[in-house]
Design a protein around this ligand. Structure first.
Ligand code: IPM
Ligand code: MN
Length: 318
């Protein structure tokens, strides 16, 4: 358990309450990580801590980040480091509402997130900054493979590749060819391609057309916030950072951040964390409990963080 900063520990407490109500006994270890920990003793995510995390089956994370630490420090040093070091190469983000039921499979270790690039002549009129997008055939293909395997288990069996192949011709070409090659191995799965700008119109105007979407790290980051916004709000958006090869633990976290502005007010919506815990239970081989939790999160209760947690826990117990 990594409660983290801000509302993180508050929503994780509710998620654990609901998991217990669903009858799953978890053995847990608390890890004190995030912006507050960093400010206290300088640790963001040491190699020793990473090794300790590797000894677990799964990581449930609330949210990390505090306004007292400059942007990027905790994000890169903790979240992105975890994703890379634990090889959490797909980020699964489901979106369900009256009009749609789709899942975004976001590549989670490459693209512009690798930190490629640099700055020259910083602070001068001749300053130059570059930030490249790294796309490996292996990294892209394994993510696309996961998307097709996911689609094979869903009734509609449809995968849409979202990219920007008309402008990002090098990366886009690699993605498109990898997509076509994997598609050829899955004749039972139908496919589509959308540019990311067009996809953002469809997310708003016709999200029902999507089943499984596969996309790169940055497009996936942006589109999944939009997915949350059109699916009841970011307070309901859950995610799983998976290492499908299971060479180490996978990590489960709500899509939202630490929301320092509402921390301590008891007004954070714990549903995203609760649904992330359900994704964790799926991955740990407890699909029945996971399904009970998802059902209990429908017609979501309204109220304080603890009230919503109690109410969902009571529904799960019934
Ligand atoms: C997310 C977040 C992270 C990301 C940030 C906090 C590094 O926005 O999980 O979507 O960009 O991936
Ligand atoms: Mn994001």
């Amino acid at each position: 358990m990594v409660g983290g900063d801000g509302i993180g520990p508050e929503v994780i407490a509710e998620a654990l309450k609901v998991v217990a109500a669903a009858g799953v006994a978890l053995e847990t270890t608390d890890f004190d990580l995030g912006g507050a920990r960093y400010l206290r003793d300088g640790e963001i995510l040491s190699d020793e801590t990473l090794d300790e995390l590797r000894g677990h089956d799964a990581i449930l994370l609330g949210a990390v980040g505090t306004p007292d630490v400059p942007p990027g420090v905790i994000e890169r040093g903790l979240l992105l480091k975890m994703r890379c070091e634990l090889d959490l190469y797909v980020n699964v983000r489901p979106f369900v509402a009256d009009s749609h039921d789709f899942v975004v499979i976001r590549e989670n270790t490459e693209g512009p997130y690798v930190g490629e690039g640099g700055v020259l002549r910083r602070g001068t009129p001749h300053e130059v900054a570059t930030q490249g997008s790294v796309n490996t055939r292996r990294g892209v293909e394994r993510c696309i493979r996961y998307a097709f395997e996911t689609a094979s288990t869903r009734p509609r069996r449809h995968v849409t590749l979202v990219h920007k192949t008309n402008v990002l011709t090098f990366a886009g070409d690699l993605w498109q060819r990898a997509f076509d090659d994997v598609a050829a191995e899955h004749p039972d799965v139908s496919t589509a391609y959308h540019h990311v700008d067009a996809a953002s119109i469809y997310f708003v105007q016709d999200p029902g057309r999507y089943d499984v979407i596969v996309t790169d790290n940055l497009f996936g980051d942006i589109l999944t916030d939009l997915g949350g916004a059109v699916s009841g709000g970011i307070g309901f958006a859950s995610s799983a950072n998976l290492n499908p090869a299971r060479t180490g633990p996978s990590m489960f976290e709500p899509v939202h951040g630490s929301a320092p502005d509402i921390a301590g007010t008891g007004s954070a919506n714990p549903t995203a964390a609760i649904l992330s815990a359900a994704m964790m239970l799926d991955f740990l081989g407890e699909p029945d409990a996971a399904e009970h939790i998802r059902t209990a999160c429908q017609a979501p209760p309204e109220g304080t963080t603890a009230f919503v947690g109690d109410e969902i826990a009571a529904r799960v117990t019934d």
